[in-house]
Design a protein around this ligand. Sequence first.
Ligand code: ATP
Ligand code: MG
Length: 429
Amino acid sequence: MARSTDPIKTRHTATRIVKTLRDAGFNALFAGGCVRDELLGLHPTDYDIATSAIPAQVRTLFRSVHEVGEAFGVMLVTIDSTTVEVATFRTDGAYTDKRRPDGVTFSDDKSDAQRRDFTVNALFLDPTGATPATHGVVSPMGGNVIDYVSGAADLASRTIRAVGDANARLNEDHLRALRAARFAARLGFTIEPATAAAIRDHASQLSGVSRERIGEEVRRMLTHPAPVARAKAAALLQGLTLDAPALGETTASTPTASIASLPAGTPFAGTLAAWLIERHRLYVPVDPRPDPRPMVTRIRASLCLTNAERDALHEVLECFSDLMAGWCTRRIAGQKRWAARAGFAHALACLQPHQPEVADKVRERLAQLGSDGIGISPTPLVDGESLIELGFRPGPVFKSLLDRLYDEQLEGRLNSKTQAVELAKVWGV
Ligand code: ATP
Ligand code: MG
């Protein structure tokens, strides 16, 4: 891992660190995701270095070294305000807790490749070119690829394949199942059959993984910049039967296409809402509409949502319910109040693929409301302070008075503060 926003600078710093380690007689290579991404023609922003130097030796070679997991041989080296993760080659011990190895043994690059999750994540790269390329593969950014697990071939055929025995590797660490889905969706790769079968076999054990980590993986999948990749992730989770343990629901085999049609900038909560709407067929008209709250509470616990994410999810589902329950038949003030809500646009985007005619009608109506000379959410002509100046006391009546005045304004029956104050005086007695 490297923290810098400039990928070229980060690579340059990571290369300097590799050179320093190699000049001191150690083996040092770029490892994992950065090699995969370089070979795919992407510019990694994160560089991880794997080395034969143990933490005490790394510490003698660089001025700024922070330990993040010395027992695992993981250090952070900072040069010119760019931080790169440097980890000692290691072999993982047994995974008693199904998430982390009990202990590690420092080893060499070949065994370090074996502990990694997927072949495309187990590649090394010598940016100095000193180590010969294993299969003649070089990075477009320079340097030779060292490949002990046929990861380069899997990269070329766009395949996610577990390193070693898929069943054993998925059983060792259940989070790998979600990682497989995330990489396959993000890169547009296919999960190789034995790996997919092992994921399905161990899917129910995902519930043993911490909710924070499950939530983080799902969040990363559903916030991919491309909505198509988000939809693919949701489809993969369902296809691999990971949706039930991840979301705390029964497995669904519903389509996920509506996610693909969401606008690119849709936030996590909007995408999650679209997925839930599809899974629970919330786009089918029913009367009365179900209260979204129990679902939100459950998803919040399953994915360890933040309060803001929970509120945003509730907001979109509530707006969606209102659209389904007949927003089009509301009076002007009601339509404007709902349209002004934070979740309304996302809810409308969720409605579009299921009820295109209704969504088009809503958009048409929104255009009319927005150009009626008043607007959808004008600044209120009177606010609480103005009422206090008139001698009103804050309380429930006060709030409903303000609401009624604002409705009058939204409907175009009040055009000035003077008019509003006069009406407040009449209504307030
Ligand atoms: P990303 O671009 O999402 O950061 P990445 O491949 O760099 O992708 P990281 O989570 O940063 O993924 O992990 C770095 C590397 O560590 C991986 O490429 C993989 O080799 C290894 N790794 C990470 N998590 C696991 C795991 N759960 N099991 C085995 N190896 C793992
Ligand atoms: Mg990474």
